[in-house]
Design a protein around this ligand. Structure first.
Ligand code: ATP
Length: 318
């Protein structure tokens, strides 16, 4: 069994070395992906220790891809490497193709243009990504492209974005310091900032992990809303398979820095083929009776998850 809450947890199942690619899976069936990762390998420079190896995955344009795997499997590192946000201590090789260019090879100016306006990221623990000694407004303004500081246009833009992410009292939030807003509000603010440049791809690394269950549901609903209204492509890391089932069209399963299985969410959750995926799903969808009511969970849609749901779900992470 996976040891829930242990960063060094390992699956009991012995995982064969081959990678399973399913018919209809993201890697084989995508004609025009917005992002293609090929043979991405991440190694610690000091020791050569491997964080991820030979990662291949595609994000179909307008689709949402969920990246799942136990703690330490390399999910966040892969996300950070897409925008070259990993520090110097990690060697990165392979390709990250975005709109016909390999991000890993871009000059700084082109890379910054992509970071500014094409690919945005939101993280878990949003408050820690805000500067504690500056108001939300002063930080938000920096995200607005072409809007002069203090301009009426900038204010209108910020208010409109905050309204879009469901902030009810945007004037107060703009004037607040990070410690004066809740975790849920901070995540909405981060999402508003991320959306300010109308990105084509949003990378959400455990966007709800630091939030309480009630707020998690609201933030997920918001992510779904903006994904649909803005036709965003999405790469989402999550330990919450309910959220992945809800939001993602495709799932990529990582173990110890390797993709062990990928395919449509329906296939992976209904019929996981790899022993590791089976163990991962069992660990999450633990329980036997609650929410067997198909009207109130996805067990009808995903029979392998039968007997599961928010009241019983377990997070596969530290
Ligand atoms: N800068 C770094 N220096 C040393 N080790 C690192 C560094 N970044 C990542 N690692 C190691 O790489 C592995 C993968 O880490 P990563 O955070 O990507 O995993 P994860 O799947 O996102 O985990 P979690 O679900 O807990 O966030 C871990 O063993 C981690 O300790």
């Amino acid at each position: 069994m996976l040891e829930i809450g242990n960063r060094n947890a390992t699956a009991e199942a012995q995982v064969p070395p081959e990678i399973l690619h399913r018919p209809g899976g993201t890697q084989t069936a995508v004609a025009d992906p917005i992002l293609s990762i090929r043979d991405l390998t991440l190694n610690l420079r000091s020791s050569g220790a491997q964080i991820a190896s030979g990662i291949n995955l595609d994000i179909p344009r307008g689709s949402a891809v969920g990246l799942i795997g136990e703690s330490g499997s390399g999910k966040s590192s892969i996300c950070l490497s897409i925008l070259r946000l990993l520090g110097q201590s990690i060697d990165v090789s392979g390709e990250v193709q975005f709109n016909g260019a390999d991000i890993l090879q871009l000059a700084t100016r082109e890379l910054n243009a992509i970071r500014r306006s094409q690919i945005a990221m939101v993280f878990q623990d949003p408050v820690s990504h805000l500067n504690p000694v500056r108001t939300i407004k002063s930080q938000f303004k920096e995200c607005l492209i072409g809007a002069a500081q203090g301009s009426v246009v900038a204010n209108a833009q910020m208010l409109s974005l905050l309204a879009e992410v469901g902030i009810r009292d945007p004037e107060r939030i703009l004037a607040a310091y990070p410690h004066e807003i809740s975790g849920g509000q901070a995540q909405r603010v981060m999402l508003a900032m991320a959306l300010s440049a109308s990105p084509k791809l949003l990378i959400a690394d455990e966007p709800t992990t630091a939030l309480d269950v009630r707020v998690q549901a609201k933030v997920l609903e918001l992510l779904r809303k903006v994904r649909d209204s803005r036709r965003l492509s999405l790469l989402m890391v999550s330990h919450d398979l309910d959220a992945v089932a809800d939001l993602c069209d495709h799932v990529v399963v990582l173990r110890h820095g390797h993709v062990v299985e990928q395919g449509s969410t329906r296939n992976i959750l209904n019929n996981p083929r790899h022993p590791y995926t089976q163990t991962l799903l069992r660990a999450f969808f633990d329980g036997t009776s609650a929410l067997d009511n198909a009207a109130n969970d996805r067990s009808a849609e995903f029979p392998s998850a039968r007997g599961t749901g928010v009241t019983q779900r377990r997070m596969i992470h530290a």
